[in-house]
Design a protein around this ligand. Structure first.
Ligand SMILES: [Fe+2]
Length: 193
């Protein structure tokens, strides 16, 4: 991926929004920490494996997003920085890649939840994947550069696959529960009689 050549032409709004997927509320860092933290309290190894697998993959996606952000910003002129509204970020971080949202909110674990109930956690994970997919769709609305569009499309497609894998996990989970009342039973905490 070489986005350097088109960087100054492209620099306007898009890279600011790509920060959303780096350290924003529905971004890759939050996804990775969410799944790698939730995995401990899932009592079924096959679902724990899905959370570990996807949580690790999201870390690799964090690196891709960080690379795109860095390539888009590292050679900006002071004039471009001023005109684009990147100046406040620049004062704090120069062109380093800091985990924040596009609006400048630093990453916080308050963006995510670890509820200790796999039914609840998997529903959050399904929603998280759709929110990440929507965020990528919105980023693509701003992009006209193939060097950015191609990896963003790839990442968007992975969110769809993750959504499907969490859907399968939810089905595996509910198959193992007391079918009389799924939602009054936490398989991690309550023991089956
Ligand atoms: Fe994902």
């Amino acid at each position: 991926m070489t986005v350097q050549s088109v960087m100054s032409r492209y620099f306007s709004i898009s890279e600011k929004y790509i920060f959303l997927e780096y350290g924003g509320p529905d971004g890759e860092l939050g996804a990775s920490l969410r799944y790698l933290s939730q995995r401990y309290s899932v009592p079924y190894p096959e679902i724990k494996a899905v959370l570990t697998d996807i949580g690790t993959e999201e870390l690799a996606h964090l690196e891709m997003i960080g690379t795109i952000v860095y390539q888009l910003t590292k050679n900006l002129t002071m004039d471009e920085i001023k005109k684009s509204g990147f100046d406040s970020y620049f004062v704090d971080h120069t062109t380093g890649v800091y985990p924040s949202s596009s609006s400048g909110v630093p990453y916080t674990a308050a963006f995510m939840q670890v509820k200790g109930d796999p039914i609840t956690d998997l529903h959050e994970d399904l929603a998280a994947e759709q929110k990440a997919r929507t965020t990528y769709d919105n980023i693509l609305r701003f992009c006209d550069d193939p060097d950015v569009i191609d990896p963003i499309r790839f990442l968007r497609a992975r969110e769809v696959v993750h959504y499907q894998r969490f859907g399968e996990s939810l089905r595996i989970l509910t198959d193992k529960l007391d079918s009389k009342n799924f939602y009054a039973f936490n398989p991690e905490f309550d023991k089956k009689k």
